[in-house]
Design a protein around this ligand. Sequence first.
Ligand code: G3P
Length: 220
Amino acid sequence: MKFFIDSADLAEIRDLAATGLVDGVTTNPTLVAKSNRRFFDVIKDICKAVAGPVSAEVTATDHATMLAECRKLAKIAPNVTVKVPLTPDGLKTCKVLSSEGTMVNVTLCFASGQAILAAKAGASFISPFVGRLDDIATDGMSLIRDIVGIYRQYPAFKTEVLVASIRHPMHVVEAAKMGAHVATMPPNVLRQMFGHPLTDKGLAAFLADWQKTGQSILDA
Ligand code: G3P
């Protein structure tokens, strides 16, 4: 399973990339606005910090302008994945770009039928938003189960399921159990995944006992 960071905060991305566990980054206009930086500068810097795909989202809603925005974004760096909304114009744009070999992430997916359309349009990634479905009392993870199951029936579909709008580590664990290809998570969720109180307690006990021996591994 690939781990992407859902953020436009360069310091956070660099910090987590240093773990060697980050396979890519996703951004959206809200995250870019939060960074208080120029869009192209942020994407350029993130693309240098992470070798894998970095999603940069269009803001146009009509096909012609979206296509022009995508072509401009794709020039920023070879690892840019252009991100388009799941609308008729977005999928039309996806079809054109995927036929040319550009990686496209189709975002704002809330239904299995939408995910089938994105796969037919040649999307590299489909981004179903689990947290936002949970927020309206609908089981977000069951959408992931459905999409993964549907895509498995059609080996010709090359679209990867990129679980988005993740709120906590259990979303990641459930997505992994279902066989989703990618989880994109806010920095705090990846950090939470490292933690367990028994790990902390066990380590403290090991270190206390080791100290009693008066030994040092490096001095041995
Ligand atoms: O980047 C898309 C998605 O992950 C947004 O998540 O938390 O705004 O629902 P959220």
